[in-house]
Design a protein around this ligand. Sequence first.
Ligand SMILES: Cc1cc2nc3c(=O)[nH]c(=O)nc-3n(C[C@H](O)[C@H](O)[C@H](O)COP(=O)(O)OP(=O)(O)OC[C@H]3O[C@@H](n4cnc5c(N)ncnc54)[C@H](O)[C@@H]3O)c2cc1C
Length: 490
Amino acid sequence: MKNTIEGKNIVIIGSGIGGLSAGILLAGLNYQVTIVEKNPLPGGLMRSYRRVGIDCPVGVHYVGALGENEPLGKMFSLMGIQVSELFFKIEQEGFIDRYIFDDFIFDLPVNLDAYGNNLRKSFPREARAIDIITNNLRTIMKQMTNPSFLLNQGDPFQNTDYYQPFGKFLDNIDVSAGLRAVLGVPCQLFGVPAAECPVILHHMVLAGYLLSAWRLKENGSKMAEVFVRRFLELGGELVLNNGADEILTGAKKINGVRLQSGAELSADAVISDIHPKVVLKLLQPHSVRPSYRQRILELKETEGVIGVQASVDATVHPETSHNIYKLTADEEGTITDGIFYQIRRGSHQSNLLSIITRSLYKEWDQWENTFSGKRGHAYETKKMAIGRELLQKAEKVFGPLKNAQIIDIFTPLTIRDYINCPEGSCYGVLRSASQLMKVASLNNVPVTGLFLAGQNALAPGVLGSILGAFSVAKQITGAERFNRLTGWNS
Ligand SMILES: Cc1cc2nc3c(=O)[nH]c(=O)nc-3n(C[C@H](O)[C@H](O)[C@H](O)COP(=O)(O)OP(=O)(O)OC[C@H]3O[C@@H](n4cnc5c(N)ncnc54)[C@H](O)[C@@H]3O)c2cc1C
């Protein structure tokens, strides 16, 4: 862990959920914090956008562990943000996700005991393997709800078995292809193939949702505004439409940030809520060792996605609180295709059907040198063709979609340009078991006063990004002081 910083002046690059959370924490601890954002509106992936009067989500579809004594709920409370202002708990239908495979359906219920029961019902001959999984999840849930989890979140679990690939772990407990496929679905949520996913990441994400699962009452823009409001209330400053152009250093120490406008902000510390490969571009070549630069540039990315937003008739297609995954798995139980569906409230006559599935960056590379809104006819045609195909596939799940109209489509290029991430990398650098050590070393940025927050610091998702913000705030203030000032321990 790095040394704490001298001085109070902090600049955060990027106003995603990680940047805003770090800003709230540090402003609340009396630092002078400025967040600089390249986009005209704050929030990054958390923010939704409007088309034909309907709010379309980008990066917040559902979230786990927001209950009062659960990690995300506790972190919201420590930041002074009310969960009930933003979220409702998914409980009325009794399940969070429906997994539709070609030959069977599995419902992910809202708690661990019910999950174990559903698994036993679907896979009656695999009680031993199911017990091992549910016992692991129980242990993780217990640790996640223990206050010390929040104190040690950089290295929460000492059990090295948890760092092996999930695929190998499943080989060891000898699961069938069907059970392997069901257990692998949560990995779709953070873009790491199940076979290569560290056990700990799989377990923490699944345990988070089994603790409790939540959806936004309104939309991601409201969520972004609530985070911004809290940051400003605590005296933070937000600069929009004026991103960081260069991180200024002297003798391997941070001096500040030069903005796109040419203005310079001096800083005792800079926190980056943006992709580490982009951070390298903002640093002068001499400011980091070539070996560190090389290590970061070699990191593999999570894959891109395409998102189709379609309005559908609200009376025929009511809002549901559960999500649907339509999945195809091969004979070994490896998921080869997955499509995520969510129906949420739209305008009074229409609801919104969001569809998300994998889309490789290289499928779009002929438009690599173009920018959002200016990619031309051929790109729009390709996007629409995929959109229509995905709508047809959706009809196999929902039946005929009444009054379905595509109102927007985003591709890996859209995400790349919107948040400035290489290859439209949806969940940042790939946290596969084989890349885990390299990814962990990301946080040892060899420039004094430069820190990472957001999904690339510890883990992706709302939970991962906010955990990363807490971790960086703790590094900057010093663990003991941070725990004392936040009452973290109590
Ligand atoms: C399609 C999709 C669906 C998802 N669904 C869920 C979900 O249901 N639940 C969940 O928990 N997670 C979900 N996620 C993941 C979650 O949205 C992200 O992990 C999280 O929002 C990332 O936050 P962040 O703080 O790392 O940064 P980001 O949201 O990436 O924000 C980074 C910000 O930095 C800004 N920036 C970039 N370069 C500069 C610069 N040079 N100067 C200034 N600013 C700059 C960007 O404009 C952006 O605003 C989803 C992600 C995607 C892509």
